[in-house]
Write a protein that binds this ligand. Structure first.
Ligand code: NAD
Ligand code: IPM
Ligand code: MN
Length: 362
């Protein structure tokens, strides 16, 4: 039976990178023995302009009905002054929350061809393969109360609340340990337990969960040190599990170890494994409309989708190999360009992946 994939292109470079993923999906359908129906929906600023809300009910219904969702990016300077409740980013947060996509997997893998694109020394990054498991539907992003209030003496005060329930910590920890079992069996839990009670509980609960996984080694690290260690010696990490906001920040940092933020895909999964797939970067308004964005993070997100939601692990590996092939051919978008390689547009990169895919056997 054919699967349903919902495409949510969003804003800025979103439509440009999703167009390349669609080329790849078409090639996989034609040459991969897979079948699906693609349906597009509005999200973010594009949805706000058309309907007055960044997450229309129709989009949510489409997403709920789909086997998997592929998202580009949302946001842009033209919507920054809107009420925060209708900003593009609320559409993304809303869909994550409504679909219960609490587990965000952000693998930072350095393709050997891109060692020279990283800002770090080759010996520091070569062979890098780490997995950041970010809690995605809780923490300070969703905690109540939140807002801006007027104090008695007239000054305004902004406030957000960092909250985590034991159950929320336990389920994300289990995801991290389960992934670690299939990797190098090491989990580093990143928190700020020296200052924040909510993450003191985080540390306690993760330690309890570790007892269910005696074969996995657990360590703890404060987030400030983790940020430093990520650029000092990133290969010390196997699986990193952390809160919503810390995971957001640390994954952008990890992205740069792989050469560019344009290389990092992600999967956001619910309890049953249903998922939404998106690059970790944003709508890149500074380069939108120029045809220069790197589509590989989105294409690699398609590979994660094949693996986690569409039961097509062989095709996932084939697609990842095809990305390796275009890098072997020396093709680079401007963000990963270095001398001696060939600079190509977003569209040419997508075409090259399709071409490589057709010629890649699993
Ligand atoms: P950003 O990730 O959009 O861009 C940061 C820098 O990285 C920019 O210089 C950009 O040109 C570059 N970059 C990002 N993706 C790239 C790609 N694929 N190829 C080449 N270069 C790339 O972050 P920002 O500038 O802080 O945010 C811009 C907007 O995106 C904001 O509205 C923000 O809220 C939103 N945002 C959305 C998401 C998402 O939809 N998941 C994620 C992050 C930021
Ligand atoms: C990301 C983004 C989002 C986040 C924003 C746009 C809501 O930065 O997906 O990393 O903070 O989660
Ligand atoms: Mn982010």
């Amino acid at each position: 039976m054919s699967k349903k994939i919902t495409l949510l292109a969003g804003d800025g470079i979103g439509p440009e990178i999703i167009a390349e993923a669609v080329k790849v999906l078409a090639a996989l359908r034609e040459h991969g023995g897979l079948d699906w129906v693609l349906e597009s929906g509005l999200i973010g600023g594009a949805a706000y302009e058309a309907t007055g809300t960044p997450l229309p009910a129709e989009t949510l219904a489409l997403a709920q009905d789909a086997d998997a969702i592929l998202l580009g990016a949302v946001g842009g300077p033209q919507w920054e002054t809107l009420d925060i409740k209708v900003r593009p980013e609320k559409g993304l947060l809303g869909i994550r929350s409504e679909l219960g996509l609490f587990a965000n997997l952000r693998p930072a893998i350095l393709y050997p061809q891109l060692v020279g694109a990283s800002t770090l020394k080759p010996e520091v990054v070569s062979g890098l393969d780490l997995m950041i498991v970010r809690e995605l539907t809780g923490g300070i992003y969703f905690g109540q109360p939140r807002g801006v209030r007027r104090l008695e003496h007239g000054e305004r005060q902004g406030f957000n609340t960092l909250v985590y329930k034991e159950s929320e910590i336990r389920r994300i920890a289990r995801v991290a340990f389960t992934i670690a079992m299939k990797r190098d069996r090491r989990v580093c839990s990143v928190d700020k337990a020296n200052v924040l009670e909510a993450t003191e509980l985080w540390r306690e609960v993760v330690t309890e969960v570790a007892a269910e996984f005696p074969d996995v080694e657990l360590s703890h690290m404060y987030v400030d040190n983790a940020a430093m260690q990520l650029v000092r010696a990133p290969k010390q990490f196997d699986v990193v599990v952390t809160t919503n906001m810390f995971g957001d920040i640390l994954s952008d940092c990890a992205a740069m170890l792989t050469g560019s933020i344009g290389m990092l895909p992600s999967a956001s999964l619910d309890q049953s494994g249903k998922g939404m797939y998106e690059p970790i970067h944003g709508s890149a308004p500074d380069i939108a409309g120029q045809g220069i964005a790197n589509p590989l993070a989105t294409i690699l997100s398609v590979a994660m989708m094949l693996r986690y939601s569409l039961e097509a692990p062989i095709q996932a590996t084939r697609l990842e190999k095809a990305v390796g092939t275009v890098l072997d051919q020396g093709l680079r978008t401007s963000d990963i360009y270095s001398s001696g390689t060939t600079q190509v547009s977003t569209g040419a990169m997508g075409d090259a992946v399709v071409e490589a895919l057709i010629h890649t056997v699993d």
